[in-house]
Design a protein around this ligand. Structure first.
Ligand code: SF4
Length: 300
């Protein structure tokens, strides 16, 4: 086989999509509701509906402004709580100041709030697995300031709990294997305690975690679509690398370089949970086009 022929053959690739990827139903529903409201009246979004420029632009085009849930002042009468949820005390404070609070909290985030509340009512010292300060965790713990927020084994080692009942939940988008590992570590750290764990990692997150494992077994490189400021997309790309794939994090088709596909036969496609379908569709179209062009070039 000549060097030129080898180069052509090497540039053929198949695009395989993950079984589950991209924006979850909770964020999609929140965006749809927010767009509907913004179309009717001026609104302030308290935080980010999704960490994605396309979503922010669509809202800004309708005149929506973005604010902060802790500010308690907004230039519009209507304020929107995002899918990540908020503490009841924050909802109340906004309402008391005369704002109309429109809630787009995901039902599965509400479920996590209920799980935490139930543990506290049952007398457990509450522990949430997630980095302190994350928007969802601020909402979860805002009404329960005594909640311990932990993320790592070091956090477990440093934890002081003066109670024999410990109730644990996690943020909805945590890696389930990590959560289970931390629960086990807590059981070892507090061997005499009655430890109750309520699994609050949401179904879409679990589906995406399994789908990523399956995808990485099948492909050599993975294109991960999502905003450059999207933490969950960056983490997804990092997970692909840990699973042995080369991963490229792109915002749009324009960032894709043909040289990435040299010698590659199977290309995986996935996306962060904040990535709109339109961004993914643009990248998918471009990949299929590249693959078609390469296949034609091989035939010629
Ligand atoms: S809880 Fe799950 S489904 Fe709901 S917004 Fe968060 S990631 Fe999406």
């Amino acid at each position: 086989m000549s060097g030129m022929m080898r180069d052509k053959t090497d540039r053929k690739f198949e695009v395989i999509e993950a079984d589950h990827y991209g924006m979850c139903f909770g964020v999609k529903a929140a965006i749809a509701k927010a767009l509907q409201i913004a179309d009717r009246s001026p609104v302030t979004v308290l935080g980010e509906l999704a960490h994605n420029g396309t979503v922010k632009q669509s809202m800004s085009k309708l005149g929506a402004v973005h604010g902060n849930i802790t500010d308690l002042t907004a230039s519009t009468k209507h304020v929107i709580i995002t899918a990540h949820g908020a503490a009841d005390k924050d909802r109340k404070r906004w309402a008391e100041r005369g704002y109309r609070v429109l809630d787009t909290t995901c039902p599965l985030v509400h479920k996590a709030h209920d799980a935490l509340r139930n543990l506290i009512v049952a007398g457990y010292t509450p522990v949430v697995i997630r980095k302190a300060g994350h928007v969802e965790v601020r909402g979860l713990t805002g009404d329960f300031p005594d909640t311990k927020v932990i993320l790592t084994l070091d956090d477990v080692a440093a934890l002081n709990i003066d109670s024999n009942k410990i109730g644990i939940i996690s943020q909805t988008t945590q890696q389930l294997t990590h959560v289970v590992g931390i629960v086990k570590a807590l059981e070892i750290r507090f061997p005499k305690a009655d430890i109750k764990f309520t699994d609050t990692v949401c179904r879409p997150t679990k589906d995406r975690q399994v789908a990523l494992l399956k995808l990485c077994v099948k492909v050599e490189i993975v294109i991960v679509v999502g905003g450059s400021n999207s933490n969950n997309t960056a983490q997804l790309a990092e997970k692909c690398r840990k699973l042995g794939c080369i991963a490229y994090h792109v915002q749009s088709a324009e960032e894709i370089q043909q040289s990435w596909f040299t010698g590659v036969h199977k290309v995986g496609l996935t996306a962060g949970t904040s990535t709109p379908d339109s961004d993914i569709a643009g990248v998918k179209k471009h990949l299929l086009e590249l693959s078609r062009i390469n296949a034609e070039s091989n035939r010629s």
